[in-house]
Design a protein around this ligand. Structure first.
Ligand code: H79
Length: 594
């Protein structure tokens, strides 16, 4: 036994060993705090658009002027234990705080640069020391954000083009050797065990330099993780884009940082708070797709976490107290598709159905007004018991296998109203292992969704069609590349064929006018990808969806089908091309399913 255990342990890579706690955690609190909290989004009486911590860059504030902020920075109301209590109340397992953002100001006592909170401000305290102690006490892992490439305070750092426009004079290696490495050494030497270093925006750093930095971290603290944004694929895990939630399961370790309003660093005029419901559902989406959720708060220059953030964190924590077993330490969904109106997580012996939209999930009415019927397709294991996590009440179920359509169906009797407005979870106790039909199949509401990231890609020589980090097609610029899917349908009928594509982020545009053909079930359809309406992207407000109607299609027999999507012409002037998210087959409203 002992021998076996040793073998198993040694089979783990160093990275996997470091990732153990992090994979279990699923949820962390991000803190963006720095001098930028003082102007709080306004410079010389003018509101500066964009994210608050970018104000120096957006307003092109000269170093000599921005530096003056340090003299006024005196966050007397900062209380490390209160901040850690906010994370704890939320059920967050780790805190990542900005030790140095792009503005170059160290928020800890640094011997490397006088431009730090202890030496340059009237505050003279080291908040990171205090946070380290408070985290230790509360059992929360402290982690540091560190901007390794951009540093607008240093002539050799990257990004300050207003004080130092001549890029040819910049010696990035000197900056890396003289500031970054010594500061990372301080952070990993003076604050006890650190969970991870969250590097950001790799930009011009070379692969060798990223590697040196990762090696330095691991040499100083072998258990400390390195975020994916160290660059060049060298991190211990992947970091998705800011506020970017992948559309499907990602088969690597990944994390998404998310803002609670529209900024990271405090901005006094930003009151565009996401609702607690949205935040809880984002956490569930990310967990169900195999990732970690890093939710940001931006404290004020006085040292207070804004009240709306404190409230939301506590509300997430209340929800997690009841439902945490479906998130912390849970695994991604074993199904290729998600529920209608919800999604799925799992752990050995359990499947959790997260129901966001009760009436969409329980689309079919029950035998009486008091009961709704929910259905799950494709679960092959026997369910011993189904119950609501909200109140532990047992739900009546029936399981059937329909041979003609090769369909496993679980039917669940639910109360007429959702017990939890954010996400009601139906837990299923499974006998033996969780086994599912992993084919793409029609859902109980009749819709068939063929996600781009689950399609087969047929590249041509020199072509570049691929799936980006969100799970969406990029670089589909040529008409000789195509995609196909296999799927199963239960219901006969006429379906509308819709293509869902993605705009570029930050409103950078969308390209339409592509002529495409679809071959399926012996029918050939042709249509144009035009903008027939926008659809909110539920996982990522930065990248809205565009819906295009291509035509209709008749399916006269239940069974397995193959669909080929072939362009005849792609518009690629803007180099966006056909940014496919999914092909959707939509049955007529009210179609009765079996
Ligand atoms: O720390 C937060 C951001 O400051 C940092 N990453 C998160 C976690 C980040 N650094 N760079 N970026 C994000 C990309 C920023 C892009 C933009 Fe902009 C900022 C787009 C709009 C505002 C820069 C300024 C580009 C256009 C204006």
């Amino acid at each position: 036994m002992v021998l076996l255990a040793t073998c198993a342990a040694s089979a783990q890579t160093p990275s996997e060993k470091r990732l153990q706690w992090w994979r279990e955690a699923r949820f962390g609190m991000f803190i963006h705090w720095g001098l930028y909290a003082l102007p709080a989004g306004e410079w010389k009486g003018k509101p500066i658009p964009g994210i608050g911590e970018w104000i120096m860059n957006r307003a092109k504030i000269p170093v000599a002027e921005y530096e003056q902020l340090a003299k006024q920075f005196n966050p007397v109301r900062f209380n490390a234990e209160e901040w850690v209590a906010v994370a704890k109340s939320a059920g967050a397992k780790y805190i990542v705080i900005t030790s140095k953002h792009h503005d170059g100001f160290a928020m800890y006592g640094s011997k490397v640069s006088k431009y730090n909170i202890v030496d340059a401000t009237p505050f003279h305290r080291d908040p990171m020391k205090e946070l380290a102690a408070a985290c230790q006490k509360a059992g929360i892992r402290l982690c540091f954000y560190y901007s390794q490439t951009q540093d607008w305070h240093e002539p050799d750092g990257n990004g300050n083009t207003w004080d130092w426009p001549d890029e040819s004079k910049k010696d990035f290696t000197r900056y890396l050797e003289e500031k970054v490495k010594p500061q990372v050494r301080e952070l990993l030497t003076n604050y006890g065990p650190i969970g991870l270093i969250w590097f950001d925006t790799p930009r011009i750093i070379t692969k060798a330099q990223s590697q040196e930095l990762a090696d330095l971290v691991h040499q100083l603290q072998p258990d400390c993780l390195v975020s994916g944004r160290i660059g060049h694929g060298i991190g211990d895990y992947d970091s998705a884009g800011d506020n970017q939630i992948s559309v499907g399961t990602v088969k690597r370790d990944w994390e998404t940082p998310v803002t609670m309003n529209d900024t990271w660093g405090f901005k006094k005029d930003d009151n565009n708070w996401k609702s607690t419901t949205v935040l809880i559902r984002q956490l569930c989406q990310i967990a169900s797709r195999g990732g970690n959720y890093l939710l940001n708060v931006g404290p004020t220059a006085e040292g207070l976490i804004p009240q709306p953030s404190v409230e939301r964190m506590a509300q997430i924590g209340q929800w997690l107290k009841v439902n945490g077993e479906a998130i912390n330490g849970a695994s991604p969904s074993p199904f290729p598709y998600e529920l209608t109106g919800g999604l799925i997580t799992t752990r050995p012996g359990k499947v959790y159905l997260h129901i966001f939209d009760w009436s969409r999930f329980a689309a079919c009415c029950g035998p009486s007004q008091d009961i709704a019927l929910g259905r799950l397709y494709g679960l092959q294991s026997k369910v011993r018991r189904a119950y609501l996590l909200a109140n532990n009440s047992t739900l009546k179920i029936s399981q059937k296998y329909y041979k003609a359509t090769d369909l496993d169906q679980l039917q669940i009797q639910l109360p007429a109203a959702a017990p939890d407005a954010n996400d009601s979870i139906v837990a299923l106790d499974i006998q033996g292992e969780v086994r599912v039909d992993t084919s793409l199949r029609q859902q109980p509401n009749g819709v068939v969704t063929l996600p781009a990231h689950l399609g087969e890609i047929h590249n041509s020589q020199g072509g570049g069609l691929r799936i980006d980090s969100r799970g969406v097609v990029e670089n589909w610029l040529r008409a000789d590349e195509w995609m196909s899917w296999d799927f199963k349908v239960n219901d006969r009928g006429t379906y509308q064929v819709v293509l869902v594509t993605s705009e570029q982020k930050y409103g950078r545009g969308w390209e339409g006018g592509h002529r495409v053909s679809l071959d399926v079930a012996g029918q050939h359809l042709e249509g144009t990808v035009s903008n027939d309406g926008k659809e909110e992207n539920p996982g990522d407000a930065y990248w809205p969806y565009v819906v295009s109607k291509i035509g209709s299609l008749k399916i006269s027999k239940a069974g397995g089908y193959h669909l080929e999507l072939k362009p005849q012409e792609i518009q690629a002037l803007k180099k966006f091309g056909l940014t496919l998210v999914s092909v959707r087959l939509v049955p007529p409203a009210g179609m009765v399913t079996m």
